[in-house]
Design a protein around this ligand. Structure first.
Ligand code: ZN
Length: 274
């Protein structure tokens, strides 16, 4: 039986969840709401710049859980693949300066490239970036995406495929992110979570609205959809994960509303359904 969450000591919000807020507004809003952790999306760094963002985060007292996102390794040309590696090294520099211990990888896919080739290019790209990340003290996590994104966002669509890459590369600085939105449907999810074990570096939560109105921006609050989040959290914790529960909700509907009220709704849903 998975334990009920009673406080916000492991609650982390992704800046994309409150997309209308600038980074300064997110820092102020999260702090005021008693949120402990923040995962920073790279797009949120534009407002204050890298040094300014790092300074604001340091003085906020918020725990920077990860930087989102690296990846997008496959490309049709060698130059394209090298550009992706260079961009991921820049993300490592950013993470190091922000004090983020982890970069989450949305691994990428090229429309009409065979998925096997995409996965090979992803593994090659990760292998090329890992030594640089290790030297900076930054870990990398492969986030498998729902197969509806296999055309253009990720050729890694199950936790089993992510575990395969992690095992093949065999570096303790490489692990996986379990995102319930992407993985809840997978009949092998429980054994693959067990297999991932200590290589589970982060855990993302939201819910799957039925019917979904948009394949990208219609995630919903925990408890409003059909994912048994608490059960999956139980599997992840049984596998040894003790990190943050990161709320990552892309939602045109919620982005259109008052973000301060929305954060309070997230907190209530978190206690009741996560
Ligand atoms: Zn995620």
């Amino acid at each position: 039986m998975t334990s009920v969450i009673r406080d916000f000591s492991r609650l982390c919000l992704h800046t994309i969840t409150t997309k209308p807020w600038s980074l300064s507004e997110a820092i102020a809003g999260y702090t005021k709401a008693g949120v402990v952790g923040i995962t920073v999306w790279r797009s949120a760094l534009a407002e204050l710049g890298l040094a300014g963002s790092a300074q604001a985060l340091r003085s906020s007292g918020l725990k920077v859980v990860s930087l989102c996102r690296g990846g997008f390794f496959p490309a049709g040309t060698a130059q394209g693949r090298q550009d992706a590696i260079d961009d991921n090294r820049r993300a490592v520099d950013e993470a190091a300066e922000l004090g983020a211990p982890l970069i989450v990888l949305v691994c990428g896919a090229v429309p009409c490239m065979p998925l096997q080739e995409g996965r090979k290019q992803i593994a090659d790209g990760i292998a090329a970036v890992l030594p640089y990340a290790e030297a900076a003290g930054v870990k990398l996590a492969i986030e498998p995406l729902h197969p509806m994104y296999a055309d253009s966002r990720s050729a890694i669509n199950t936790l089993g495929q992510a575990n395969d890459v992690v095992e093949a590369i065999g570096n303790p600085a490489l692990g996986v992110t379990v995102d319930v939105y992407h993985l809840w449907w997978d009949p092998d999810l429980e054994p693959q979570i067990r297999r991932a074990g200590e290589s589970i570096f982060s855990f993302h939560i939201s819910d799957w609205r039925t019917p979904t109105r948009d394949l990208l921006n219609d995630r919903t609050l925990m408890g409003q959809g059909c994912i048994n989040i608490r059960q999956i959290r139980g599997w992840v914790e049984q596998a040894g994960f003790t990190g943050y529960n990161e709320v990552e909700i892309f939602s045109d509907e919620y982005w259109a509303g008052n973000q301060t009220e929305y954060v309070e709704r997230i907190k209530a849903a978190y206690l009741s359904y996560a």
